[in-house]
Design a protein around this ligand. Structure first.
Ligand code: UDP
Length: 311
């Protein structure tokens, strides 16, 4: 197939491009390079099955020739990016998704929207099932991302209903792995960099808030299954293995053999207290469950960070 990936130079986008190429598809990657990294794609230089276009999806997504699938992954996604690019994040969720849907409609392609567990906000239902409508502060510190993705889902379903565009929606929970940005600001890049450099590890709040981390290969396996399934309703993909931030810090210290100490800072505003996906739907509809446990996934991620920090 001929497949468009927006956000191709990002953490998830670039791994997705690799997997699609490995399956023998032709891939057109699009990225504005605002948060993407050229390093994530440099190994593809000279690959005739891969074409890269630097473009901002909020303006227009121009692709010549036929397109069978569109994976719409473009968006800054780290909470550290939220105060930096609030208007742009709103535009990416709204205008970027509009353009991805417009491209899909024009080409007759199937589109998958990368949505997020953030649509559930600070959830009052635990674990989070797809039928839960969420608890989001519409003007809060994370609202530019949360509401943009909620709108992106509404727009996607509207194109599906009115224009009969074949769409899929994945709600992605916390994911980690090689190629996450150094300085990304999310918890694992921060903890791993601090541990490897012997710097203090900063835990926000008391560290009792929880997250559930999925290794990138597992996540993409689920997402690619969803794309090729018949399921046009949102599906959670994530690893339900829930951990507190404090436990996670201790795991990273143990794994790296670091002498880093813990230090505490105040919890960012609207930081969700707990998060864990209910993956019953993914398991039943896609036959998918995550396979890589956190110890193994963390080991691979630490090795990648160690290599990049040395370079
Ligand atoms: N966090 C932390 N120290 C850090 C970065 C994050 O304690 O250096 C906490 C953060 O407050 C949140 C959790 O780790 O409770 C996950 O944060 P992240 O930014 O990775 O993503 P989120 O799941 O909040 O979108």
């Amino acid at each position: 197939m001929r497949i468009v990936v927006t956000g191709a130079a990002g953490f998830l986008g670039s791994h997705l491009v690799d997997r699609l190429l490995a399956q023998g598809h032709e891939v057109v990657g699009v990225d504005s390079m605002i948060t993407g990294s050229a390093q994530n794609l440099e190994h593809l230089a000279g690959n005739k099955a891969f074409l890269f276009t630097q473009a901002d999806v909020t303006k227009y997504i121009g692709v010549d020739g036929p397109v069978d699938r569109v994976y719409h992954f473009a968006s800054p996604a780290s909470p550290k990016d939220f105060p930096r690019y609030p208007v742009h994040i709103c535009k990416v969720g709204a205008l970027g998704t509009l353009n991805a849907l417009g491209l899909s409609k024009a080409k007759g392609s199937r589109m998958l929207l990368a949505s997020t567990s953030e649509v559930y906000g600070d959830p009052e239902v635990h674990p989070q099932v797809e039928g839960y409508w969420g608890h989001v502060n519409p003007i809060g510190a994370r609202s530019m991302y949360d509401e943009a993705k909620r709108f992106a889902e509404a727009l996607t379903m509207s194109y599906h209903k009115q224009n009969h565009v074949d769409t899929r929606i994945v709600r992605i929970f916390n994911t980690y792995g090689p190629r996450m940005r150094i300085g990304d600001g999310r918890v694992l890049p921060n903890f791993i960099c601090a541990a490897l450099q012997g710097q203090p590890i900063t835990v926000y709040g008391d560290g009792c808030q929880t997250r559930s981390f999925c290794y990138v290969d597992d996540l993409l396996d689920g997402i690619m299954r969803l794309m090729e399934s018949a399921c046009d309703e949102p599906v959670n993909i994530g690893n339900p293995d829930e951990v507190t931030v404090l436990e996670l810090a201790r795991e990273v210290i143990a794994l790296t053999g670091s002498k880093s100490e813990l230090k505490y800072e105040s919890l960012p505003k609207d930081d969700p207290v707990r998060r864990r996906p209910d993956i019953t739907k993914a398991t039943q509809l896609l036959g998918w469950t995550p396979k890589i446990d956190r110890r193994e996934g963390l080991k691979r991620t630490v090795d990648d960070f160690a290599r990049r920090l040395k370079a």
